[in-house]
Design a protein around this ligand. Structure first.
Ligand SMILES: Cc1cc2nc3c(=O)[nH]c(=O)nc-3n(C[C@H](O)[C@H](O)[C@H](O)COP(=O)(O)OP(=O)(O)OC[C@H]3O[C@@H](n4cnc5c(N)ncnc54)[C@H](O)[C@@H]3O)c2cc1C
Length: 355
């Protein structure tokens, strides 16, 4: 069976980002790479959005940039500016197309549908397939989003609504998220932070219909795209294996308090590319321990006091947006961390710390 220098298991966001990063930095001129990906075809299946706090390779796949965002709880709204770090949305369809086209130019890169088709001996493996099940024991961010188009211009396409908590909470944490791509085109997403231990939150279609028709007051619209997903708000655990690195969600690249993963995947890819010649000896790349610690406390508060979370998120944005964005994107310094932490209800966080 054919052997390869590198094997990437899973040609999704992390696997393809890494392959592309290696290819454009000419690390695959004299090395072979197999990418194992079972899907039959690549088509748009996700919209990756984030504050652009670092450069990445996919500016040409950005659907839209915004410099303003809002957050609301019942009867209160904050309008905030993010010119320093625009909020970007990447169309996964464009992302897949760009990467596949580039990778096809290199004969050293071969796609396979099944790992059984190749030999794993003597390869360095990058694995992006998490070994986790949707269970009741852990917190998840689960959501469903639809893109809708209206006949007439309806939306202010200069501002996104990051979190609208003015909705049913059902003893969990629930918000709507709205990205206006144009004055007549918007992505509306219903998002839950919960254990997913029953299906009572999964009536996504009804939630979105209610929000669009009653809250946004839009009656005449058509749905042009739908995406659904669940992001684990815990780190998958693996035994360390020589010659294997986990990447993407499997590699702990999700920021647990927010679910943001895309830019961490890009940083991880850059790190691997810089160290590829000596990758088996490179230090493990991970989200800094500081954020792991703070997110752990944050999620404990979220689990024990879900009813307080809308106001906690709202208060977090009392600080300058630049500081909060840096904090939520793992780029804050200690003074910025403190300025956020001091805005929180201390007692409740201290209790969570000692629990
Ligand atoms: C719908 C959705 C929207 C998201 N939106 C955002 C966002 O806005 N911002 C953000 O930062 N993060 C977002 N995330 C989180 C995260 O960025 C994505 O989940 C991202 O795709 C993770 O990349 P990945 O490579 O780890 O996983 P994936 O992109 O899911 O890639 C894994 C790949 O492995 C393949 N595979 C599965 N089983 C096997 C197998 N047995 N062998 C080989 N291959 C296999 C799959 O087909 C897939 O292509 C979102 C997640 C989802 C699900």
């Amino acid at each position: 069976m054919k052997e390869f220098d590198y094997i990437i298991i899973g040609g999704g966001c992390a696997g393809l980002s890494l392959a592309y990063e290696l290819e454009i930095h000419r690390k695959l001129e004299n090395k072979t790479l197999a990418i194992i990906e079972p899907r039959q075809e690549y088509k748009k299946d996700k919209t990756w959005s984030f504050w652009k706090v670092i450069p990445h390779n996919f500016d040409d796949c950005v659907k839209k940039n915004w410099r303003n965002f809002s957050i609301n709880v019942p009867a209160k709204t904050k309008h905030l500016e993010c010119s320093n770090y625009p909020y970007q949305s990447i169309d996964s369809g464009l992302f897949y197309e760009k990467i596949i086209k580039k990778l096809k130019e290199n004969k050293n890169i071969i796609f396979y549908k099944n790992i059984k088709e190749i030999s794993l001996n003597n390869s360095f493996i990058f694995n992006s397939v998490p070994s986790i099940k949707t269970d009741n024991a852990n917190l998840w961010q689960h959501f469903c989003g639809v893109e809708i188009e209206t006949k007439n211009n309806f939306f202010d396409d200069k501002i996104i609504n990051l979190m609208d908590f003015d909705c049913e909470q059902r003893n969990s944490v629930h918000f709507f998220y709205t990205l206006p791509y144009a004055k007549n085109k918007v992505l509306v997403e219903t998002t839950w932070l919960s254990r997913m231990n029953d299906n009572s939150q999964k009536d996504y279609d009804a939630q979105i219909k209610g929000y669009v028709e009653k809250r946004l007051n839009i009656k005449d619209y058509k749905i042009t795209y739908k995406e659904e997903g669940a992001i684990p708000l815990f780190y998958p655990s693996y035994e360390e294996e020589k010659n294997k690195i986990n990447i993407g969600t499997a590699g702990g690249m999700t920021r647990l308090s927010t679910g943001y993963t895309f830019l961490n995947i890009q940083e991880h890819s850059q790190y691997i590319r810089k160290n590829i010649e000596n990758i088996s000896k490179a230090k493990k790349f991970e989200i800094s321990k500081k954020y792991q610690f703070l997110d752990d406390i944050f999620l404990k508060v979220l689990e024990t006091n879900p009813e307080m979370m809308p106001n906690i998120f709202f208060k977090m944005f009392n600080g300058t947006p630049k500081t909060v964005i840096k904090f939520l994107s793992n780029k804050s310094n200690i003074l910025e961390d403190l300025s956020i932490i001091l805005k929180m209800s201390k007692l409740i966080f201290i209790k969570a710390l000692f629990n």
